[in-house]
Write a protein that binds this ligand. Structure first.
Ligand code: SF4
Ligand code: SF4
Length: 102
């Protein structure tokens, strides 16, 4: 007897951390100092820093060091801050540099 076995592979959706509005006006770069993969970007003229969702390894090191609690895992971003998820996705990382360049 031949038994067909269907193997379903479940791949976890990639997570990333998101910087939200509280960063504006603080931008001290504390998150940059602890990020092990240099995936937090900014350039002159920005009003806050951005985490590149394609490079973030979801290690959570940045979250506790932020003095204004601006950083959340993408699935825990408060409803009224959800625009920052799209903003981080659409930010032009190619014309920016890792670090606090404000
Ligand atoms: S979660 Fe880790 S990898 Fe992602 S931005 Fe924060 S420190 Fe960097
Ligand atoms: S630690 Fe917080 S306030 Fe400081 S730059 Fe990072 S996100 Fe902004």
């Amino acid at each position: 007897m031949v038994v067909d076995v269907l193997v379903v592979r479940v791949v976890d959706a990639k997570m990333a951390f998101i910087i939200t509005s509280s960063c504006i006006g603080t931008t001290d770069g504390a998150c940059v100092d602890v990020c092990p993969v240099d995936c937090i970007y900014s350039k002159k003229g920005d009003n806050h820093l951005f985490i590149n969702p394609d490079e973030c390894i979801d290690c959570a090191a940045c979250e506790p060091v932020c003095p204004v609690d601006a950083i959340f895992p993408d699935d825990e971003v408060p409803e009224n801050e959800s625009a920052y998820i799209e903003e981080a996705k659409n930010y032009d990382y190619d014309s920016s540099e890792p670090g606090n360049n404000l």
